[in-house]
Design a protein around this ligand. Structure first.
Ligand SMILES: [Fe+2]
Length: 204
């Protein structure tokens, strides 16, 4: 098994991850873990100093397209947890995509509109829309709220922080055509680290 990887190797990130892992270890369900993590996640979003500018920059060649940068901050060696920033330039939007793991997503900078999709009769329908501002965050517990698309609505680049219980950037997930509901294999990667099996084909 690979070692835990602190790309952003600071006491602040270590402390946060240790608190999260303790909460996950104590919780009887994802919902219970999320409730325990909420206050720490809110503190992280409210702290202006812990995330260096490097991790708030867009990335022209990214796997998400649109210059969207997905920067790994931490991941567990066993693939059970990752913390990353997602940087979306003004006017850019992600593909409609899923995550395949529970966790928390919150906004650190800028403004975003989010559309949440629900599988329906072989296709997808929009089940909710919300606008989020810095400090706002929401849980994902698949299949609930797992499929979404985000778009930056601010004049400045938006930066969101993702804490998810997989190695999200290196996990084969799905992107969807929002009109037909048709899915395709999708792996976003990270701007700043490789995935172990970079040449691997999508898993069925
Ligand atoms: Fe997402």
């Amino acid at each position: 098994m690979a070692a835990d990887e602190y790309v952003l190797d600071t006491p602040r990130v270590h402390e946060f991850i240790e608190d999260v892992q303790a909460a996950v270890g104590r919780a009887a369900s994802p919902g219970e873990a999320i409730d325990a993590i909420r206050p720490r996640f809110a503190e992280l979003l409210a702290d202006p100093d812990w995330l260096p500018r490097t991790f708030q920059e867009p990335a022209p060649e990214s796997g998400m397209g649109g210059g969207i940068g997905q920067w790994l901050l931490y991941r567990a060696g066993d693939g059970s947890l990752s913390l990353f920033s997602l940087v979306v330039p003004p006017g850019a939007e992600t593909p409609v995509h899923d995550h395949l793991a529970w966790g928390l997503v919150g906004l650190y900078r800028g403004a975003q509109d989010e559309e949440i999709f629900t599988p329906d009769d072989g296709g997808l329908r929009i089940s909710a829309r919300r606008s989020i501002a810095p400090g706002d965050f929401y849980p994902l517990i698949p299949p609930l709220d797992d499929i979404h698309r985000v778009r930056t609505t601010s004049a400045e680049t938006s930066v969101s922080i993702h804490l998810l219980t997989n190695d999200t950037g290196c996990t084969w997930r799905h992107a969807y055509d929002p009109d037909s509901g048709q899915q395709r294999p999708f792996r976003s990667g990270y701007v700043n680290v490789d995935c172990e099996d970079d040449d691997a084909s999508p898993r069925p």
